[in-house]
Design a protein around this ligand. Structure first.
Ligand SMILES: Nc1ncnc2c1ncn2[C@@H]1O[C@H](COP(=O)(O)OP(=O)(O)O)[C@@H](O)[C@H]1O
Ligand SMILES: [Mg+2]
Length: 316
């Protein structure tokens, strides 16, 4: 199903810690996903140090312009999730500073961070994504339910980690869910619930890694299921047939490219009962702890955490 491994190994052996120079690991940040980014950044910095890379770990604060202007580094490994780190802002600053960085460029990062704009691009390119409506405080909540169906997801457009998100099945709960989402982002999306299995596909330097399936006993893959629960089950390789696996990988590569994304990332999918895949969102800086999804998929093609980091860094 996946053909990354040997090529990837050859490439990462070509990169030595000396080639990389001083690597700034940018982590923490001020977004709602700070707690996860602290773990990602510490894992990345620790592994790079063990490889002998000269690491400058920077916990990014409000004074990021000053911090990066004053810091010594040749390349930046961006381990910041969410607003400020995954949305094009830090990428723009690094462009001004003339420093190469991991992952997608600033325009693709901004586009991928916007769940609405991503869906619009995907729809225009003929990909399936759940039907949706944009809502505001004056929306007719019953009309939204009538249009989208029995169960809907309410999402802040620019958030991640399932923060501010709810799944509801009636107009009263929908209004409350809107109010919660709006505390995270004034722009809110309501999406039809796709009932079925959930998958995620990691992208690495132009290729898709094996799909991962996520199974939760919660009502959906919420913050608790993602980061706190021991009950959430991940499978990689997963239960998809070889044919369906190829199909989801091909969609992932094309959907990632359609947004202009590059380097590494992850695309989240739902599959309905008929077996059709629906694109949920693209993540340009997904979780990077040793237990995160991208490292899990990389391991299946023979890339351990350190090799994965070198693979991400080698092409910046
Ligand atoms: N339209 C949908 N149908 C079914 N489940 C959904 C839908 N949208 C989101 N979910 C569930 O919510 C989770 C988080 O949604 P997602 O769009 O990936 O945002 P986040 O950026 O918070 O990860 C998904 O992993 C999935 O479990
Ligand atoms: Mg997601």
């Amino acid at each position: 199903m996946t053909k990354v491994s040997e090529l990837a190994y050859n490439k990462c052996f070509a990169a030595t810690p000396e080639d990389l120079g001083e690597v700034a690991v940018l982590y923490g940040g001020v977004s709602a996903e700070r707690a996860i980014s602290l773990i990602s950044g510490q894992a990345v910095a620790h592994a790079l140090k063990e490889l002998g890379v000269n690491v400058n770990a920077i916990d990014v604060g409000e004074n990021v312009i000053e911090q990066l202007s004053d810091a010594s580094f040749d390349t930046a490994f961006i381990a910041l999730h969410g607003v400020g780190g995954e949305d094009g802002k830090i990428q723009a600053l690094l462009e001004y500073l003339g420093k190469p960085y991991t992952g997608s460029g600033l325009a693709a990062s901004a586009l991928a961070m916007d769940k609405l704009k991503s869906k619009q691009v995907w729809q225009a390119e003929g990909f399936s994504t759940p039907p949706y409506l944009c809502v505001n405080a004056d929306s007719d909540w019953q009309a939204v339910m009538n249009t989208l169906g029995a169960e809907v997801f309410v999402k802040p457009i620019h958030e991640g980690s399932s923060l501010g998100m709810s799944c509801v099945d009636n107009a009263v709960d929908l209004k409350n869910a809107y109010q919660l989402a709006a505390t995270f982002d004034p722009k809110v999306l309501v999406e039809q619930r796709i009932v079925g299995a959930e998958y995620s596909v990691a992208l690495l330097n132009g290729q898709a890694l094996p799909p991962i399936s996520m199974l939760t006993s919660n009502s959906f893959y919420d913050y608790q299921a993602k980061y706190e629960s021991n009950e959430t089950r991940y499978q990689c390789p997963c239960d998809l047939s070889a044919e369906k696996g190829d199909e989801i990988q091909a969609i992932a590569v094309k959907a990632f490219n359609a947004l202009g994304c590059s380097g590494w990332g992850r695309i989240d999918f739902m599959q309905n009962k008929d077996g059709d895949f629906f694109l949920l969102e693209a993540n340009t800086v997904p979780g990077m702890t040793e237990h995160s999804l991208v490292p899990m998929a990389a391991k299946v093609v023979g890339l351990d955490f350190k090799a994965l980091l070198l693979e991400i860094l080698v092409d910046v």
